[in-house]
Design a protein around this ligand. Structure first.
Ligand code: NDP
Length: 463
């Protein structure tokens, strides 16, 4: 069975509508799960329709889909929530590599290309190659396989500039005569240069900037797929690639805004090279006041308003369910409860929203940073659950701090702050946090889940 070329475009319009609808639904926690399914359905229809329209021998394709599907399913089931960004980086890299290979194989099919096709082929292999190795570096940094610190060396900008010029030169020479031996040579040079550039442009980024880079690389992968869509004349690949490219750029901009950094600053400042190591406490003065489960119970029991501020440690401890349980107990006690969400808390965009949704926290109790900060002084208690960088006051009052200017949830302005963490170790950015020494701060040391279970037990026993 084959679909006519007119028929398939009608199917593609439906698929494109499903993608757009799915993306729209992803923008709210209440509809995000269904949005994912809607987009996945669009992609399934697009794949089946494309295969039917081509009238191909499906055997090899089926084997590829089966192997890829099994790897994807196993990954989705077994990967830890905290390792999700690494998985996203790996998937992203695979997308870039797929575009590169697709355009490369098309070139072998018909090297005598029209100028426009030569142009989009060059774009697809270059951007795909950069997205592939860039994502592998981002994966290595997130997974701790390579140093998370920014790697900078003298003359780095010159080296990167020379690489880009080489790529542009090779692309121009390929474009002029794609079907000659020289054309092929320059094509291969372009691929090699793209792979190197992916590494050299990503290694100078470190510390807290990695999420932004992953989002940008995601956008590159979309653009590479879009260009590959032109190479193989497939309309839905063009649309899907453009949507991924555009949404990746939008997310990148939002994240830059959330961290108050420009993209230029992220790629060229070498942030992360000079920050203090984990556990460093130099420079911050004050006394640490430790609290027990019983102390925390008394503070919370007397509070009229409580803001939970979750961070990466909540994900590590898998404390979201017990946080919700404590929230319910407080509500039953007549306390106003909100969950204050920082846009880059955790290790991926929306990380905290996903975890709290899993624990059935009502969406109307989630408040964004912009909404909680103006009323912070009126909050009786802020319970910081494994968050560190996103509540670090250095971002507001220490102009020398590497995170200076990054918007934070200003818990230090609340009447009382309870911080749940295991030690005095630093967070992702590797810098110390004066909040822990604040007059109004109580440190409740221990694994967040175990600590909160103890507080819940205090509540249940009515102490
Ligand atoms: P941080 O990484 O700054 O801090 C997490 C804290 O959690 C640590 O200080 C750690 O302290 C504590 N912790 C770890 N395990 C536990 C546990 N089991 N129980 C209790 N506490 C625990 O997290 P934030 O969420 O505050 O900030 C996120 C950081 O990650 C930002 O710098 C952001 O830029 C970056 N990032 C964000 C991404 C995103 O897209 N959201 C992606 C990648 C990075 P201790 O060891 O003492 O317990």
């Amino acid at each position: 069975m084959t679909l006519s070329s007119l028929g398939i475009n009608y199917v593609y319009v439906v698929c494109a509508a499903l993608f757009v609808l799915g993306l729209k639904m992803l923008s709210s926690p209440a509809t995000a799960r269904r949005g994912n399914l809607v987009s996945a359905l669009g992609m399934l229809i697009a794949i089946v329709a494309t295969l039917l329209a081509q009238g191909l021998d499906y055997r090899w394709i089926m084997i590829g889909m089966l192997i890829g599907g099994l790897i994807g399913t196993a990954g989705a089931y077994f990967v830890k929530m905290t390792a999700m960004p690494e998985m996203v980086a790996l998937f992203n890299g695979s997308g870039g590599l797929a575009s590169l290979l697709l355009s490369w194989s098309e070139y072998h099919h018909s090297p005598a290309m029209a100028p426009f096709i030569a142009l989009v082929t060059a774009l697809s292999v270059f951007i795909g190659g950069v997205a592939f190795t860039g994502s592998m570096v981002a994966y290595g940094k997130l997974a701790g396989k390579i140093s998370q610190q920014a790697v900078v060396f003298k003359g780095q900008h010159l080296v990167n500039g020379a690489i880009v010029l080489t790529a542009a030169g090779a692309a121009a020479l390929f474009y002029l005569k794609p079907d000659s031996l020289f054309g092929y040579l320059f094509f291969v040079v372009m691929i090699l240069v793209a792979l190197v550039f992916g590494v050299t442009s990503t290694i100078p980024v470190g510390g807290a900037d990695i999420p932004v880079v992953i989002s940008l690389l995601n956008s590159y992968t979309g653009l590479a797929a879009c260009a590959a869509g032109f190479v193989v004349s497939n309309n839905i690949l063009i649309v899907a690639g453009a949507l991924v490219g555009a949404s990746g750029i939008i997310l990148t901009r939002l994240m830059c805004k959330a961290m108050n950094r420009s993209l230029f600053n992220i790629f060229f400042s070498g942030f992360g090279t000079t920050t203090a190591g984990a556990g460093s406490t130099s420079g911050v003065q004050g006394e640490i006041k430790a609290a027990s489960a019983e102390d925390v119970y008394y503070i919370l029991e007397a509070a009229d308003s409580v803001a939970f501020v979750p961070g990466y440690g909540m994900a590590v401890a898998q404390a979201q369910h017990v946080v919700k349980e404590l929230g319910d107990l407080l509500e039953a006690n007549g306390t106003e409860i909100v969950y204050a969400i920082h846009p880059v808390a955790g290790r991926m965009p929306g990380h905290m929203n996903v975890l709290l949704a899993e624990a059935n926290v009502p969406y109307d109790q989630l408040v964004e940073m912009e909404d909680i900060n103006p009323r912070m002084e009126t909050m009786d208690v802020c319970v910081v659950i494994g968050a560190n960088d996103v509540v670090n006051p250095a971002a507001v009052n220490d102009a020398k701090s590497p995170i200076y200017g990054m918007p934070i949830i200003e818990t230090y302005r609340a009447k009382t702050v309870i911080v749940l963490k295991r030690s005095m170790h630093a967070g992702f950015a590797g810098i110390e946090n004066a909040l822990f020494y604040g007059e109004n701060t109580r440190m409740y040391f221990g694994d967040a889940k175990t600590s909160l279970q103890a507080v819940v037990a205090e509540f249940k026993s009515g102490n």
